[in-house]
Design a protein around this ligand. Structure first.
Ligand SMILES: *Cc1c(COP(=O)(O)O)cnc(C)c1O
Length: 420
């Protein structure tokens, strides 16, 4: 983060990579690899950039915890007074376990079960982001059964093209998320008529890894029109939830300018007396993490150089799943001849790569760092090939906290049994 000094983030100094006050080399040597390492200061600074940008406008920053739901990471944000955007009952339990405040939770997702609704109502969450008419009816039923009123906003699909990868674009008419504009008024009228529903706001989330403010501008224009139409019918909304999707730098992109983004929001809302909710995930956690891995073998096949490392697609699936590109660098600068390497893992799939054609000066036994692995990395990891998931470390200055231990192999089949 630009607001951080070199010593408080993840940065290279004196020819090697540092996570705050601890060298990545010593982390890899002490805790082994693969290891996910997070910087507390970077998480805090990214969160703070939203708080600062929104300034005097009433706001709540709800961290989209699906990006990284480790209890250590959540506890850092909970202590700052963050809200949380959850997408399951499991995530609700994590917030509580990490010391987060349930009254600052918004609940997103297209498939909320009745049990999840009941638990969220019992916990007293801030708002349900309702994504369909059927969900609204189910929620009304569950709330009425409990004798409570459910706070809702409707997730509207404004049909704007966020211009990102098709798998991470969510605001187009043809995808499964949200309620289409043509149905929005009717669903709001229905919500307003239900005794066990209180209409609080409006919500949208148009995609992920957006590096321009234009898609936000387009979506907000549409939402604000709807807000005014609703007000003219006597349905007054108290908040507007603008979703997440704020983009970061993986390669040479410009990260989204949060100040400019806040200006767009303030301009669109104008004098309307509304609180702003925002649901950033990647922007808060992504740059604050690295995945450390060890070079096991170097090999050459038909003139192509491969670095076979001890992390694989099961540990970081973004390259295989979205053709995503993440920086890969030597943990310590080396004076060696360099080659263009495909950095691959040990998993038995051709899609098992972490990066292709990377210029690296490496030898077997060296450590590599995959940057910007704080978001959508560990949380998407699997045990494919019976590979235990790596340790998660949270660095705070010179202190290292093990926020999740490396899995043991036995734990992977603990719930299984051979036939008697
Ligand atoms: C995934 C998601 C987010 C966070 O997206 P990022 O791109 O990580 O900021 C926010 N809101 C909803 C509803 C989501 O599904």
């Amino acid at each position: 983060m630009s607001t951080l000094g070199n010593e408080s983030g993840i940065a290279r100094r004196n020819g090697q990579l540092w996570v705050e006050g601890v060298s990545a080399q010593s982390l890899a040597q002490t805790w082994g690899t693969p290891a996910y390492v997070y910087s507390r200061a970077m998480i805090e600074a990214a969160y703070q950039s939203f708080v600062d940008a929104l300034g005097s406008r009433p706001h709540l920053v709800c961290y989209a915890m699906k990006a990284n739901s480790n209890l250590g990471v959540l506890s850092v944000l909970a202590r700052l007074g963050a809200g949380f955007d959850i997408v399951s009952g499991g995530e609700l339990q994590r917030v509580v376990a990490a010391g987060g405040d349930p009254s600052r939770i918004v609940f997103s997702g297209v498939g909320k079960t009745a049990v999840e609704m009941r638990d969220a109502l019992a916990a007293g969450i801030r708002c349900f982001n309702v994504e369909s008419p059927s969900e609204l009816e189910r929620l009304a039923h569950v709330a009425s059964h409990m004798g409570v009123v459910a706070p809702v906003s409707l997730r509207i699909n404004p049909d704007v093209d966020a211009g990102t990868h098709p798998y991470i674009s969510t605001g187009l008419r043809e995808n499964k998320f949200g309620i289409g504009m043509q149905d929005a008024l009717d669903v709001y009228r229905r919500a307003a008529a239900l005794d066990s529903i209180a209409v609080h706001g409006i919500d949208c989330h148009i995609g992920s890894q957006l590096t321009s403010v234009e898609p936000y501008k387009d979506a907000l224009r549409i939402l604000v029109d709807l807000i005014d139409t609703l007000a003219s019918e006597g349905i007054e909304l108290a908040h507007i939830d603008v979703g997440g999707g704020q983009g970061i730098r993986y390669d040479d992109e410009q990260p989204l300018d949060i100040g400019a983004w806040a200006d767009v929001i303030n301009e669109a809302i104008g004098e309307r007396d509304m609180e702003v909710l925002v649901e950033p995930g990647r922007f808060i956690a992504g740059p604050a993490g690295v995945l450390l891995t060890r070079v096991e073998y170097l090999k050459e096949n038909e003139g192509r150089h491969f670095a076979i490392v001890d992390a694989a697609m099961n540990d970081l699936i973004r390259p295989a799943l979205y053709s995503a590109w993440q920086r890969i660098e030597s943990v310590v600068d080396q004076q060696r001849p360099s080659h263009e390497y495909d950095v691959v893992g040990p998993v038995c799939e051709s899609a098992d790569f972490l990066g292709k054609a990377r210029e690296l000066a490496i030898a077997e036994g060296d450590f590599l760092a995959i940057r910007d692995a704080g978001a959508y990395a560990f949380v998407m990891a699997s045990n494919y090939n019976t590979r235990p998931r790596g340790v998660e470390l949270l660095v705070d200055g010179k202190d290292v906290h093990v926020v999740r231990e490396r899995e043991s192999v036995e734990s992977l089949f603990e719930l299984e049994s051979p036939l008697p």
